[in-house]
Design a protein around this ligand. Sequence first.
Ligand code: ACO
Length: 428
Amino acid sequence: MSDSAKLSYKGQEYEFPVITGTENESAIEIGKLRDVSGLITLDPGYKNTGATKSAITFLDGEEGVLRYRGYRIEELSKKSTFLEVAYLLIYGELPTQAEYDAFTKEITLHTLVHEDIKKILAGFPSNAHPMGVLSSLICSLSAFYPDSLNPNQSEEEVNLSIVRLLAKMPTFAAWAFKNKMGHPVNYPDNSLDYCSNFLKMMFALPAETYEVDPIVATALDKLLILHADHEQNCSTSTVRMVGSSQASIYASISAGINALWGPLHGGANQSVIEMLEAIKADGGDAKKYLDKAKDKNDPFRLMGFGHRVYKNFDPRAKIIKQAADEVLGRLGVADPVLDIAKELEYAALNDQYFIDRKLYPNVDFYSGIIYRALGIPTDMFTVMFALGRLPGWIAQWKEMRENKEPIGRPRQVYVGATERDYTFINKR
Ligand code: ACO
């Protein structure tokens, strides 16, 4: 007999099916709740609301587990490559050598962007935040490829959009940076791998020769794997929500970029470095900032700490912390901010406020330190996150489409004025 849950309300009893996923997480299916009882559920921030059934990413926040399509993040970050992980997320299985070669070749062939994109880029002020530039350029692909507006595209056509996104995102990301620097943009170099090509577009200048440092390219590839998907977070839910209205994949991903930008989500990596710099400038007193974070009258939060789902170590943070030590060591970079971060982490993990609330470092706590060591400027950190998250967003958008999910449309409990008559302005 399948499980069910009973709700008793005003003397009536209602029964709802309970469904259980492959990792034994259970959920009450309340699709018929309003029809039978007149009630809806209220759950601001969707803290207890499952929005979909998904076969892409599993995470267990209590145990600190993260798996893409069943594969442990620890193993993928050690053994795989970003494009292989992208394939896995989007198509469900690790590729064979032939599939992998065809996939990377397709992506390489589409790295160039329409020349008119440069005109759009030129319209942005040089102090524009690169996240705003990136989301605009991604959305502009809907204009360059108007066929993508057709919600009934064939699988082949959808795949072409997917390839275009993966191929052009590094170009746009690098160009957003070039716009900020006032440097001429670099065209992609299809002889290079995904990350090396991105680094060359970012850092090469016409006046100098530029050699990609393989340590930097490898570290970046690993960071992108760690960011590649994270089930139904704020930006991913945004991608699925926008996609559910049958807006184009480009518009959906652009919306995800905007959702990621906020400091409570992907923007935290920029905020962490700014916070650590502020602590350093203020004499390096970690305890003072810990006290500020605990003070309910102070809006300051310990950025890079806490997570909606993880109530244990974020497994990505563990890997990144170790990688930070390795990468800085191999590049010979000594960053005093890394010491402040470690001191802050130690102090927080031993502080009752943080222990009681199960607040641990999240993925963003150490990632900025590595990005900085790789030469990536602070306001590009969230762009790097977006570059990594792209395959996850695509996979989630594709799953939503293939499941033929209905348009996302939450309800509300109205608490405003009840019906009243209009009064003319001269009578108010
Ligand atoms: N510093 C201080 N206190 C915190 C922090 C923090 N970073 N995070 C949570 N808390 C406290 C809250 O004040 C609250 O305390 P209370 O119970 O006394 O009111 C309690 O811990 C629970 O926090 P909520 O805000 O209710 O948790 P929620 O799940 O809504 O928020 C979030 C999660 C947004 C990540 C939060 O922990 C936060 O703001 N962290 C800092 C920003 C950050 O690092 N974001 C990146 C997240 S990872 C990612 O998106 C890639």
